[in-house]
Every structure is written in structure tokens, then in C-alpha cells.
Design a protein around this ligand. Structure first.
Ligand SMILES: NC(=O)c1ccc[n+]([C@@H]2O[C@H](COP(=O)([O-])OP(=O)(O)OC[C@H]3O[C@@H](n4cnc5c(N)ncnc54)[C@H](OP(=O)(O)O)[C@@H]3O)[C@@H](O)[C@H]2O)c1
Length: 349
């Protein structure tokens, strides 16, 4: 059983992006006994959010917040609002485990009792989860006082959004999740709790905290072939997202429409060329996996389609744009990806 008082639990996890996926990660971290502190653009001291689990059970997440005010003195000026948050954390609202206050009818308890104090004011951030949408990453991280040896979990689709943004000594761990969480009114509904893989570019085993977390995060793995899993996810996103967004169709439509299926095939083949150039052991067989994914999620609206319907900025730069940047460095032309990135940006610059 997890021991929330263990030295590994003393360091809180800061969360940048308390949206769908960020809240899911916060829920699992709290269940594992870790303190989660949301970095917010306002000075709200605490955040309450409802996460509806696949079972239909609602969980009330209660999270401490700190304002995103950048590094050094500016952050320290915010000490008083953080002190308010810490005072709250000593009371009924949890500071470590998402425990609803007594009498939160209908809401399940979210984890073991809190034991950890919040961190010292102005202390550098040593653990960070980045779960904002990729295009907002640069702004979100600007001035954030990250410790030189910070551990950063990148819980975002696409690749490369943190390139050049972290201290040299930081440990960046990528998170690839096949789970799905959507807004449902004021709540966040976990519509699928599937496999999640963590890994990093350097070979090696998982960090010490991974064991405690994986005991509470269903289907969380640290696979040896992480990079290939990450690329499989990327190619699925690179084919399904822009096609469904541009043509405003559900995922399943792609392989029912011969013209879209042809585009999908081209996009998948071009992605395979890049992956094979980067890693000759890549099997080069993306299309069947993309097709299976589109068919398994046939009725779903992809996140890019949803963003385009809402007139919001898309993650195309982190998905197809990443492939184009790799291809350019490798002197490979990807005409289908070039066209589709231009088409998406023409609609939503
Ligand atoms: N949802 C899924 O099922 C799913 C599955 C796999 C991967 N992903 C990936 O996970 C990432 C997050 O997606 P999501 O669905 O969780 O998005 P989301 O629900 O829109 O959440 C993003 C959160 O980031 C916050 N944010 C934006 N800019 C910020 C800033 N500058 N500083 C601090 N917070 C900021 C937003 O705050 P406000 O609400 O205040 O704007 C929002 O709460 C994306 O890369 C997505 O592709 C999502």
C-alpha cells in the first residue's frame, strides 16, 4: 500500500492545465498519495472539479492552487495567497489526496488521508505535469521557476512542445494516453480508461515514484518500446485529427469515404517514411493501426474537429507540424502533410 508520508511523496506535483487530462492525472496522483497543486492564471486558492469515472461514479477533486506569476520576486509576492491555500489545506480541504469534505453527498472519496504540507513559498518547482493544449505551452511555461533538475511529465498530444523550454538538467517524461476525458456540463467525464504509457528519450528504468503511481493509475505502463508507442499515437492523431477536422466528420467516416481513405493512406505512408528514417527498426505499417483506431472510435469527434468547430487554435503544429520539422531535417518531402497543415491553418490560423 502507498505510504503518503514516504520521502518520495514529500515533493508535490504542480499541474499546468487543470482540464480534462490534467484532472485525470491529478486524480490518480492524489489516489497515490501525492500532493497536487494547480498553477492558475488567477489567484483562486483552491479548485473543486468533478470527475465522472467510467463506472459513472463522480469524484470531487479538491486541489490547492498557486497563481502563475512567473519566477523569483514576483512569485514570492504572491506568498500571502499561497498561505491562504496552505491554511485551507490544514482544514477540511485536502492538500494531498483529493478527499471531499464530510457530507459531500454522492461524491466518492478520492484517496487516502493527506499528510504532506504544501511546499515552501517561492520554492522552485521540482515536479510538473504539463497538460495544457500544446499551442499554449510556451506561454504557460514562461517565467515558471523550474528547478534545474525538475521532473516534467508532458501529458499532451503531438511531440516537441517542450523543446527548448526546460532547464538542461530537467528530466522530461512523455505520457501517451489512450484514455479519453471530455467536458460534460460542469464535470469532466472519463469516457475511456485505456492504456497509458510513460517513457523518455534516454533509455532507463522508471523513476522511484512510478511504482506508487502505477498502483493507482489503471493500465499505466513504462514500456521498453515507448518511442514506437508514442509514434503510433502520433500517426493516429496526424491522420484522424486533421481529416475529421477539415471535413467535419466523425472518426469512422474516414475509411468509409474513398477520397478520405486515400488521403489517410498517403498521410500514414509519409509518417512511416519519417519514422523509418529516424529508426530503421520501425515496422513501417501505420495504416492498419490508424484504420483500426478510426473504426474503434467511429462515432467519436476528434479533438481537432472539436477545436475547429469551436473556432479554437488546434494542435496541428505539435502533430503534423512535428512530422514536417523532422522531415525537413531529414530532407524528406511530405506533400500530404504540408497540404493538410496549410489547409487546417487556412481555416484556423
Ligand atoms: N481529453 C482527452 O481525452 C485527451 C486524451 C489524450 C491526450 N489529450 C491531450 O492532452 C492535452 C490536454 O487536453 P485536454 O483535453 O485536457 O484540454 P483541456 O480540457 O482544454 O485542458 C487544458 C487546460 O489547460 C489550461 N491552460 C491553457 N493555457 C494555460 C496557461 N497558459 N496556463 C495554465 N493553464 C492553461 C486550460 O485552462 P482554462 O480552462 O482556464 O482555459 C485548461 O484547463 C492536449 O494536448 C490533448 O491533445 C487529451
Amino acid at each position: 500500500m502507498t505510504n503518503p508520508a514516504s520521502p518520495d511523496h514529500a515533493e508535490p506535483w504542480y499541474l499546468l492545465g487543470a482540464g480534462n487530462m490534467g484532472l485525470l492525472a491529478a486524480h490518480y496522483l492524489q489516489r497515490a498519495g501525492f500532493t497536487v497543486i494547480v498553477l492558475r492564471r488567477d489567484d483562486t486558492p483552491t479548485l473543486e472539479r468533478t470527475l465522472i469515472l467510467p463506472s459513472g461514479d463522480p469524484v470531487l477533486l479538491q486541489l490547492l492552487c498557486e497563481p502563475l506569476v512567473g519566477a523569483g520576486p514576483a512569485r514570492e509576492r504572491e506568498q500571502s495567497s499561497r498561505q491562504d491555500a496552505r491554511d485551507l489545506s490544514k482544514d477540511a480541504i485536502n492538500n494531498a489526496s483529493g478527499i471531499p469534505p464530510a457530507g459531500a453527498a454522492g461524491l466518492s472519496r478520492a484517496g487516502p488521508a493527506p499528510t504532506n504540507p504544501a511546499p515552501a513559498a517561492g520554492a522552485p518547482i521540482r515536479r510538473l505535469v504539463v497538460a495544457c493544449k500544446a499551442p499554449f505551452t510556451v506561454d504557460a511555461l514562461a517565467g515558471l521557476p523550474l528547478a534545474a533538475d525538475a521532473t516534467v511529465l508532458r501529458l499532451q498530444n503531438g511531440l516537441g512542445s517542450l523543446d527548448g523550454l526546460l532547464p538542461d538538467g530537467a528530466r522530461m517524461i512523455e505520457v501517451v494516453s489512450a484514455s479519453a476525458v471530455k467536458r460534460d456540463g460542469d464535470a469532466h467525464r472519463v469516457v475511456a480508461e485505456n492504456d497509458t504509457w510513460m517513457g523518455e528519450s534516454a533509455a532507463g528504468g522508471p523513476p522511484a515514484w512510478f511504482g506508487a503511481l502505477s498502483a493507482h493509475w489503471p493500465k499505466l505502463h513504462w514500456p521498453d518500446d515507448f518511442r514506437h508507442r508514442q509514434w503510433r499515437k502520433l500517426v493516429g492523431n496526424a491522420v484522424i485529427n486533421p481529416l475529421t477536422g477539415l471535413h467535419d466528420v466523425a472518426n469512422g467516416r474516414i475509411f468509409q469515404d474513398p477520397a478520405l481513405a486515400g488521403e489517410a493512406e498517403q498521410l500514414a505512408r509519409e509518417a512511416d517514411r519519417v519514422f523509418t528514417a529516424l529508426d530503421p527498426t520501425w515496422p513501417g505499417d501505420s495504416l492498419p493501426g490508424v484504420r483500426a483506431l478510426a473504426e474503434a472510435t467511429a462515432g467519436n469527434t476528434s479533438s481537432m474537429r472539436a477545436d475547429m468547430q469551436a473556432g479554437a487554435v488546434t494542435e496541428i503544429d505539435a502533430i503534423n507540424g512535428w512530422l514536417l520539422r523532422q522531415a525537413e531535417a531529414l530532407d524528406i518531402d511530405l506533400p500530404a502533410h504540408r497540404r493538410i497543415v496549410a489547409a487546417v491553418k487556412a481555416r484556423h490560423p
